[in-house]
Every structure is written in structure tokens, then in C-alpha cells.
Design a protein around this ligand. Structure first.
Ligand SMILES: [Zn+2]
Ligand SMILES: [Zn+2]
Length: 660
């Protein structure tokens, strides 16, 4: 049974006769919605579909938590936006100037990508809901039970409550009418909790009317269960940090039960999403801010849904920016083809049920071929259609146009080393280094291709016969080696690479006029070819592989065990102004945070480090550098040739993880 069906069954068992089931998801528009948060929607969406498959009426409710406070300026927003911290997202101006608010900008960005997945959603905009007064009675109800709520929250805390904390506690805040921030404190309430008196850090002081007002908001752990009741929610997933025994779901579940008298919805935590192989042009700010939109530049929406659908929520998986993505496409195509042909088992069918996007059809033209052949024809649709025709898989341009655009983006942005570009002039440095027999092979190839238009099969046979002709006495094993070299030589002469697309396909597919001149060495090198064939400046010889430093004296395992290495995430990174080479890093070490100073200023720009995970010796005695405290040391590899390279850790590893 698919995991979403198992959850749906539990939900139905709880309330067998409910008229319509509600599956919820929600995100704060705190910035571009990260692909990890998309799991919230995907998980709820699949459960909703499983309920529908079971013959039930069900809807997917999506809450924009835009009445939450703006708490942190994300990387792609100007630092001066920090002056808006404390206001609700819906009242912060759009830093990009194109939408009515900060919240709207990121909401619309995400809603646009959501529509590409064909996910139908019933949206709730929490600022509008709060301001309409819809929740006022629930807020008053919470205030009347504020001491009980305090006790529930307190039971999850490790430190004791301070004196007077319980008496002063309010489950609601009010956004200040003067400064619009949540820097307010209620100092007293009327006996029936319909009004309250509050002060603000900005100096404002006044009364708030809980019955008619629209600017109070419940704190998150009360807000969540209040909305479960308001919307009659049956299912809502949450990041695995919410799922822990002390996480917010547990707290909210008890508040839901004890304060609102509503049995909390079925909940599942989900694992975070990994990002693999993001290098080169993609590893900049977009890498740290990876949105569904960015992923849709290389993944078809169905492939993304498939990855979420086939992976249980509590298991991790990776989106891959390296060649691994081609394997994912391959597996997806196989699954889809089996499913379409009715060859799928129950599990496969259940996975693929979640994958279709209405109004969008996937054609399973192999992505690896589009990558290999696409670059050789400069991604020209007509040329590629001709190529497919020639090699016996006559895909039409409308079959592969969409995937070709994704393949092009992937090759150019993520994997330029995999692009195949025909050389423009002959490569005499490669040719001159060949043995006489190898030159003979190239000559045979050139003459054959010039004279004969082979079928695909005949061309393949010919290619394998070349080495046999030139090395007539060789046994099978020797000939195999010669053939390997011959293919490699051709790739080098045509593509500057040791490997390439299947040679017979390639030579058959590409217009001969484009590559034959590159194999014809019967005329002397031109001036340009001579210049290109000059041996390169002996850069590598001037910097021979530096001898590795000699080993330090041997240590016992106990010595090593004294070192406490931890995975830390760089939250902030700034110059230490008084020092020439120091950067100050603020880290999430999973232990409450720490600061270190590192002498890597010349090696890294701060923005290259923010958001990345590093390894820190966490139990090193703190020290001061240029007046800044440093609580630990980051690990980096330094050599003459490479300079200093910080050692980064896969983003899937949680902060605070010990290494050993
Ligand atoms: Zn905008
Ligand atoms: Zn104020």
C-alpha cells in the first residue's frame, strides 16, 4: 500500500462518515519558498488524492502564514529591510517593487510554480482571516485559558519559569497601531478578556478591543491548533523538527485537545530534501534559495512529483544537479512506460497515480540522448529531428522540445563539461602524437566516410573493422584495445574529449560536412592550426605536485577521541574590520549557536559561505582575534596550488552532528 493510502485509511477510520476531509499545508512567505517546504504541499496533496481515490470528498487547504512577523532578512533582500523586522509579512513592502507587499511577492512566486504541478489548492491568506475578525472569539477563548496554556507550554520547557511569568503570559500579541510591529506587551486585561491594555517599545500605549479589533494574533503554537479547529482539519504534515517529542506538533496537539476541545489532525513529519552536485554557475545564491521554479528549469514537474511520491515522507532524497539527474530521468521513464503499458505492480501504480499533471503530457524521449545529441547540433530542433530520424528513433520536435530546453539548461548551467562541441579546426597536436598505424586508422575512416553513405548498422560494422584492417595479426583481445584507442582518438580529434556519444550514432547523425574536414590531414596545417597546436605554456610543470607534508607523530585513538568535530551551518559571515585576513562567522552548531573567527578573508567572499555547512573543532579552548571571540576552528585544506579550501558538508547532515 502506498504511504499516502495508509494515512488516508487512518483518517477515514477516525471519522468514517465525514462529508468532506480537509488536508492542510502551510508556509510563511518569509522569502522564496524553498523546495524543501514544497514537501509540505506534496505530502498533503498525495493524502488528499488517496482520500479521493477511496471514494471520499477531500480538499487541499493551503495557508499563507503572512500575518506572522517578519523575523529575518533573507539573502536576496536588501539589508535595509531589517527596519521592517517585527511587522507582519503582509505589511512589509515588496523589496523587488513589483507587488503590493513582501508577502504577495513570494506568495505569487510560489503559486505560479504550484500551478505547473497541477495541484488544486484552496488558499487561505491568514492576514485577511485575522483582520476580518474571524478568529476574535478564539483569541478571547485563548486569553481566558491563558494560564492553562502557559502550563502546557511550560511543561515542554527545560528551564523553570521566572517569577511572575505565568501571571504576565499572553497567548496573543497585537501589532502596534503606531509602528505596526509586534514589539508590544499586554500589561492588563479586562475581567472578561474583551479588552486589554498594552505598551509598545516605540512608546505607544493604548487599549485593544478583542471583540472588534483585527490586529491581534495568536502565538504559533496556539495559532496552529486554533486553525485546525476553525477549518476542521483532518491531516497536516510538518517538517521533522515539528515532529520530535518536544516539537511544536506535540505542544499544539495538547493545546488543541485541552483548550479547543478538538482532536488534533493526523500528523506526519517529513524529512528534509537534499541537494546534490550543485556546482559552477548554480551554486551561488540560487543554490541556497532553491525554489521549485529553479528545479523546474531542469526537472519536468512530473519527475519532481514522482520523487516525492515514491519516497516515504520520513525518508530523504536528493535533487541532483550532477549527472545523477540523468539516472533519475531514466528510472522515471521506465516507471512511466511500465505504468502506461499496464505492466506496473500495485506499488508502481500507486506511485504513478500521483504523478500526472492535468493538461500536460510527458513524452519519454531519453534525456541522456537529448543531452548527448542536443549539444552536437546546438540544440536546434529541426537538426535534432533529422538526427533522430537517421538513427532510427524518429521522435518529432513536439515530442522532445520541452525536454530539450531542460537538457540545454542543465548542460550549460550545471554540467558544461558534458557538452559536446565539434572543433572548428583540425587538432594537429593530437594528430602528430599518433603512431603511424593510428594515423592510418584516421585516414581509413576519412576515406570511407567521404566515399560511402552507410546505413547505421553498416557504419557500426565498418568502425569496428578499422583496427582489424590496420593491425591484421592481432588477436581479439589486442584488437579490442586498439579499437578503444581508435574511438578515443576520433573523439579527441572531433570533440576534444576522450569519450563521447556512441560513435556510430554520432557520425551517422551529424551532417558530414561539419566534421569530415576535422579528419582530413592530407593538407598541411594552416597558420591558425599551427598556433593552436603549440604546446601550452608549461604551467603544470612549473608547479609540480607539491610534496605532501610529512606525517606528524603517531597518536593513539584516545587522543583523536578528545577532539569534538561538529557540523555547523554558517548563518552569517562578516569581515573583521580591524584585521586584514579575518572573517567572523556566526554558526548554527545545533547547541544554541557560536561564533568563530577564521583567517580566510582573501579566500572566500562572505556570501560564498553563508548557508553552507562546515566542520568545526567545537571543543577548542576559545580565543580572541582582533578583539573578536572565536569558539572553535573550521576545517580547511590548504596547499600551495589550491590556496585554502574550506571543507563543506552535505546539506542533509543536521547541525550539531558529531564527526568521528
Ligand atoms: Zn514583487
Ligand atoms: Zn509601536
Amino acid at each position: 500500500m502506498h504511504w499516502s493510502e495508509a494515512i488516508a485509511n487512518e483518517i477515514i477510520a477516525k471519522k468514517p462518515d465525514k462529508e468532506e476531509y480537509v488536508c492542510a499545508a502551510g508556509i510563511s512567505p518569509s522569502g522564496s519558498v524553498h523546495i524543501g517546504n514544497f514537501r509540505d504541499v506534496a505530502t498533503s496533496y498525495f493524502v488528499c488524492r488517496a482520500l479521493q481515490k477511496a471514494g471520499k470528498k477531500a480538499k487541499l487547504l493551503f495557508s499563507w502564514d503572512e500575518f506572522d512577523r517578519f523575523r529575518k532578512v533573507p539573502k536576496n533582500v536588501p539589508e535595509e529591510w531589517s527596519r521592517h523586522i517585527g511587522k507582519p509579512y503582509v505589511d512589509v513592502p515588496d523589496p523587488f517593487g513589483c507587488c503590493e507587499s513582501y508577502a504577495k511577492h513570494f506568495e505569487q512566486e510560489f503559486e505560479r510554480s504550484l500551478s505547473r504541478f497541477g495541484v488544486m489548492v484552496d488558499f487561505r491568506y491568514q492576514a485577511a482571516e485575522y483582520r476580518s475578525g474571524r478568529y476574535n472569539q478564539s483569541i478571547i477563548h485563548s486569553l481566558r485559558h491563558r494560564r492553562e496554556i502557559f502550563d502546557i507550554l511550560d511543561s515542554f520547557r527545560t528551564q523553570d519559569a521566572a517569577e511572575g511569568e505565568r501571571e504576565a503570559y499572553s497567548p496573543a500579541i497585537v501589532y502596534c497601531p503606531a509602528c505596526d510591529k509586534d514589539t508590544t506587551t499586554f500589561t492588563s486585561f479586562s475581567e472578561d478578556y474583551t479588552t486589554g491594555h498594552f505598551t509598545c517599545k516605540c512608546g505607544y500605549e493604548g487599549d485593544y478591543d478583542f471583540v472588534n479589533g483585527g490586529s491581534a494574533k495568536l502565538a504559533w503554537k496556539i495559532d496552529w491548533p486554533m486553525r485546525w479547529q476553525a477549518e476542521d482539519v483532518d491531516f497536516e504534515p510538518g517538517g521533522k523538527d515539528h515532529a520530535s517529542p518536544t516539537g511544536s506538533y506535540q505542544t499544539s496537539r495538547i493545546i488543541s485537545d485541552k483548550i479547543f476541545g478538538y482532536e488534533a489532525p493526523y500528523f506526519t513529519g517529513y524529512e528534509f530534501i537534499g541537494i546534490k552536485g550543485m556546482t559552477g554557475k548554480m551554486s551561488g545564491s540560487s543554490g541556497l534559495n532553491l525554489t521549485p521554479d529553479t528545479l523546474l528549469k531542469i526537472y519536468q514537474p512530473e519527475v519532481i512529483l514522482w520523487l516525492y511520491s515514491k519516497t516515504e515522507p520520513l525518508k530523504a532524497f536528493d535533487f541532483c544537479f550532477d549527472e545523477e539527474i540523468l539516472r533519475q530521468y531514466f528510472e522515471f521513464d521506465k516507471a512511466l512506460n511500465d505504468y502506461r503499458a499496464g505492466k506496473g505492480d500495485e506499488r508502481l501504480n500507486a506511485i504513478m497515480y500521483n504523478v500526472d499533471v492535468p493538461g500536460h503530457e510527458v513524452k519519454t524521449v531519453p534525456m541522456s540522448q537529448l543531452v548527448q545529441l542536443g549539444s552536437t547540433v546546438d540544440f536546434n530542433l529541426d537538426a535534432l529531428e533529422t538526427v533522430f530520424e537517421k538513427i532510427g528513433t524518429p521522435y518529432k520536435r513536439e515530442d522532445f522540445a520541452e525536454r530539450l530546453a531542460l537538457a540545454k539548461f542543465w548542460l550549460e548551467q550545471c554540467s558544461p563539461e558534458n557538452a559536446y562541441k565539434l572543433r572548428s579546426i583540425r587538432d594537429f597536436s593530437v594528430y602528430n602524437a599518433l603512431s603511424d598505424e593510428e594515423k592510418q586508422e584516421i585516414k581509413l575512416l576519412f576515406e570511407h566516410l567521404s566515399a560511402v553513405d552507410d546505413s547505421l548498422d553498416d557504419l557500426n560494422t565498418f568502425l569496428y573493422s578499422v583496427s582489424r584492417t590496420v593491425f591484421p595479426g592481432g588477436n581479439d583481445k589486442e584488437i579490442k584495445v586498439k579499437q578503444g584507442r581508435f574511438f578515443k582518438n576520433v573523439y579527441q580529434l572531433l570533440l576534444n574529449k576522450e569519450k563521447g556519444p556512441r560513435l556510430y550514432l554520432f557520425l551517422h547523425a551529424i551532417d558530414k560536412a561539419r566534421y569530415l574536414p576535422l579528419l582530413d590531414f592530407s593538407t598541411p596545417a594552416t597558420a591558425m592550426e599551427l598556433a593552436a597546436a603549440q604546446p601550452e605554456a608549461p604551467e603544470t610543470e612549473a608547479a609540480p605536485e607539491a610534496a605532501a607534508a610529512p606525517l606528524k607523530p603517531e597518536i593513539a585513538i584516545d587522543d583523536f577521541a578528545k577532539l569534538d568535530f561538529r557540523v555547523c551551518k554558517v548563518l552569517e559571515c562578516v569581515d573583521v574590520p580591524k584585521a586584514r585576513n579575518l572573517l567572523k562567522l556566526t554558526l548554527d552548531d545545533g547547541l544554541g549557536g557560536r561564533q568563530i573567527v577564521s583567517s580566510i578573508k582573501g579566500e572566500y567572499q562572505p556570501e560564498e559561505l553563508v548557508g553552507r555547512k562546515i566542520i568545526v573543532v567545537a571543543n577548542l579552548k576559545p580565543a580572541k582575534f582582533a578583539g573578536e571571540k572565536s569558539e572553535g576552528m573550521l576545517l580547511a585544506a590548504t596547499s600551495e596550488q589550491s590556496g585554502c579550501k574550506v571543507i563543506f558538508v552535505d546539506d542533509a547532515v543536521p547541525c550539531g552532528t558529531a564527526i568521528g
